[in-house]
Design a protein around this ligand. Structure first.
Ligand SMILES: [Zn+2]
Length: 261
């Protein structure tokens, strides 16, 4: 039996079915609920609450906040400023998924087995102590390997890295879901085109629609690279994806939709 924070869970179930007859549902060879788009913000910075939350609330879409649990309610946490537990719980009540980003953000590939286990299990427990349902982990710096993935599978239903790919739907490997960076830590596209333009982001949405896939964007709203221009791109990409019939969901919402098919 998985632990659930009732209200947020109910809201997420509703959000997964958001948009009763999206254009995408009429796309051939696209089984519901795809194509999907998930927004994941890393590191639990205060900007998740002050900057991202207002925009997404206005757009009516959820996100996933990946939290470094050692830095919550900890005055000695390194910069940037982090959300406190009350703010994290407020996002959860608003329909956001709260994910683990490990306890201390060390690169998991470099840890011994005991420490790796403690980072993965401990961070989930700390979030559960706040009353949160936690089924997703985001690998720090997107670093993983088969050993890390196997450890993640023992404690989570899904794990995310940053390989720049649009995921298939249903996903082939839920412990190695790929994300595309938006606003910060961007990478050039396959043909060398800049990875931080509005056209690039829209092309990833088009790819998700064409492939009936699952696009997951990785965000760092505290980063200087995620400036006002990039923030406005985020808003425009959300509108564009809605216009193309893409459904917004959290990671657990997507996997839950998969289980209930
Ligand atoms: Zn991180």
């Amino acid at each position: 039996m998985r632990k659930q924070s009732g209200y947020g869970w109910l809201l997420m179930s509703l959000l997964v079915t958001y948009g009763s007859t999206p254009a995408a549902a009429q796309t051939q060879n696209c089984s519901p609920p795809g194509p999907l788009l998930t927004l994941v913000t890393d590191d639990g910075s205060l900007e998740d609450y002050t900057r991202l939350y207002p925009l997404l609330r206005e757009k009516g879409v959820p996100a996933v906040a990946a939290i470094i649990t050692d830095f919550v309610d900890n005055p000695a946490a390194p910069p940037p400023a982090r959300m406190n537990s009350a703010q994290i719980l407020e996002l959860s009540r608003a329909g956001w998924e709260i994910a683990s980003h490990t306890r201390s953000h060390h690169l998991l590939t470099r840890l011994d087995d005991v420490t790796l286990e403690a980072e993965l299990r401990g961070s989930r427990r700390e979030l559960e102590h706040l009353g949160l349902k936690v089924t997703t982990v985001v690998y720090p710096e997107g670093e993983d390997n088969p050993r890390v993935q196997a450890a993640a599978r023992r404690h989570y239903q899904a794990a995310l890295d940053v390989d720049g790919e649009v995921n298939t739907w249903p996903p082939r490997e839920a412990w190695r879901l790929s994300r595309v960076s938006l606003g910060s830590w961007t990478r050039p596209g396959k043909s060398g085109e800049p990875g931080d333009t509005l056209d690039f982001y829209k092309a990833r949405v088009d790819e998700a629609v064409q492939q009936c896939g699952w696009l997951i964007f990785a965000l760092h709203p505290f980063s200087p690279d995620h400036d006002e221009v990039q923030h406005s791109y985020l808003g425009q990409v959300i509108d564009y994806a809605k216009g193309r019939g893409v459904r917004f969901t959290t990671v657990w919402g997507a996997l839950e939709a998969l289980e209930s098919r």
